[in-house]
Design a protein around this ligand. Sequence first.
Ligand code: FAD
Ligand code: NAP
Ligand code: SF4
Length: 675
Amino acid sequence: MSQYQHLLEPLDLGFTKARSRVLMGSMHTGLEERKGGWERQAEYFKQRAEGGVGIIVSGGIGPNEEGVGVQGGAILVDDEGVQKHKIVTDAVHEVEGALICMQILHTGRYAYNNKAVSASAVKSPIHPFPPKELDAQGIEKQIQDFVTCAALAQKAGYDGVEIMGSEGYFINQFIVKHTNKRTDEWGGSYENRIRLAIDIVRRTREEVGEKFIIIYRLSMLDLIEDGSTWEEIVHLGKEIEKAGATIINTGIGWHEARVPTIATSVPRAAFVEVTARMKKELSLPLITTNRINTPEVANSIIAEGQADMVSMARPMLADAYFVKKASEGRGDEINTCIGCNQACLDHVFSGGEISCLVNPYACNETLIINQPLTAKKKIAVVGAGPAGLAAATTASERGHDVTLFDGAGEIGGQFNIAKQVPGKEEFFETIRYFGKMIEKTGVKLQLNTKVAAQDLIKAGFDEVFLATGIVPRTPEIEGIDHPMVMNYLDVLKHKKAVGQRVAVIGAGGIGFDVSEYLVHGKTSPSLDKHQFMKEWGVDLSVTSAGGLAKEAVVEPAAREVFLLQRKKSKVGAGLGKTTGWIHRTTLKHKGVQMINKTQYVKIDDQGFHVEINGEAKILEVDNVIVCAGQDPQRELQEELVGAGMNVHLIGGADKAAELDAKRAIKQGTELAATI
Ligand code: FAD
Ligand code: NAP
Ligand code: SF4
């Protein structure tokens, strides 16, 4: 019997069956609008179907032009569109038992679009365009457009649709008072505000017949002021059930909510109890969601009866074969989503294509292809950080004879440091995954081996991949050698004692991480659901409308920290598009002073002498911690090249500026896929 038997059990929907309890949640790929994008999506979804997903849900498709997120965004309104979608549904249906539903997404006032429409003309705080208030005729058009879109999806071969009713999109905007100020039959009482949602589901069911899946995504926790109360949400759930939905999916938090809901710092399965509570009220199958990334967690949710299906979206980017591996007892071979958002959501919100930091093949299935081997080579990979790990395992999987060296006693490079930061515990999973892949692909691993150029020359390698990473930069400041100064490695890696008042030089990703490490106490809210909810002011029992607690209760900071940068820009402006605000808010809650326009003058026994915005100050701190960027570490290169070796630089060794693990892993993979 499988260790994940509950997750792998089929779900009988009466007229059809989902092969497993895993639903691949909807993600906009950015390919919907690109030339050749449908063919690329076909391969992307087909692999997930082969990987055993029970029901795939496509990226959000607009039912009309006013409903799309950005001008030119994908819509399904005619037969020409049907033909494009058929490329995807045909590919998925080549896999026996695979099901795919299309998400119908109307963004309402969340559209970056001057055609935006909504219940009322209430502008979103995170979008520039005020929406136009619809009149009764306009509302009827929107409902009919949903219904027509669902019918076209059926014609295109989808097994069903998901009607997006949560996350603060169009339907949700009618449901809550916060955005619905109407006084006609579509506003005022709750009955009136939910009329749109119910009409859309009922009329869609009438149009598509009985044997077509309708998933309705119900906002079970709005996380905004004036959101729905629990009684209202339960009432809506029951009405949606009556209107003809097949399954109800869980929605957590509007996009404008100031609570993290899917970032890596959110505890695993943090919001499941909301779905579990709803299960007591409804008889339809319920799907739970948000930060569920391992088969163990997903299986226990089903085993404990908290939900009937588990939605995992980003984990399916990280590993197309997640379910298959789990079903074959190879759960430890799953490449785990670490919740970083760096190659998926951050790309979507910058108008790009999605992929995955830990799996660069995602959405590039037809572009990055491991080439068949023409000649087996003896390859040395120096450095077992993300770049070296990706390169060594890919090259070895293709059949090369690969030796991977690292001077340290463990693989992982800087990820071993990153995982020490509260909220980045998931980074461990990438190291675990590559450890397993080293074993599986037969890479010869030599740890505690600081390699010199001569070692490689003598061993006669055909190719050398230098993945030796970076050296932290030491800025030229008077007194930089004062005993109170250390760098981020001293703190995070060597665990040197740090005083109560600290100045951090450099507010890049690492400066923020070090500050978080310093202000947190011994516990990480990411590992403690209750602390997390307390710190972000979430009331999971939804006793208050919207599920916001009266106030957030933040543990006092363990230290006083000044986070400094020279630039004029807002501190943290360069952090991830979808996660930067979380880091800035966390540090603000902890009282960290984030200061820009700082010149560093000198460090002495009095403290750190700086000029802030032209004004001289002495920060009387116990320690100054340097997080001022990095330079490439490639000391072996010259001698190797001089000896006529074939040398390839990857990751930080190639370029330290703007380096991140996304680039390191992609570069290592691409080199090893073709060499
Ligand atoms: P490294 O990870 O630096 O690995 C280089 C390896 O080479 C090391 O293991 C080293 O021991 C070995 N080595 C060097 N010289 C030799 C030699 N002569 N012989 C043998 N071995 C040698 N990136 C992100 O994308 N997202 C994040 O959220 C993120 N957070 C971070 C947080 C912190 C605190 C830190 C420090 C980094 C973070 N990063 C993050 C950056 C990310 O870890 C790096 O971009 C990535 O590790 C670079 O990979 P690499 O393989 O090029 O080098
Ligand atoms: P970074 O992002 O380049 O930041 C370094 C900071 O140091 C800059 O903000 C810069 O700010 C300052 N600085 C640079 N040279 C300096 C000098 N000579 N003297 C004083 N200050 C100087 O680098 P990092 O923070 O070291 O991070 C390394 C990489 O890891 C980053 O590229 C990042 O992508 C990745 N990372 C990502 C995350 C994430 O959450 N995505 C987290 C951690 C790390 P001023 O010039 O304004 O002073
Ligand atoms: Fe998960 Fe990061 Fe990959 Fe997105 S980029 S799927 S968050 S690991």
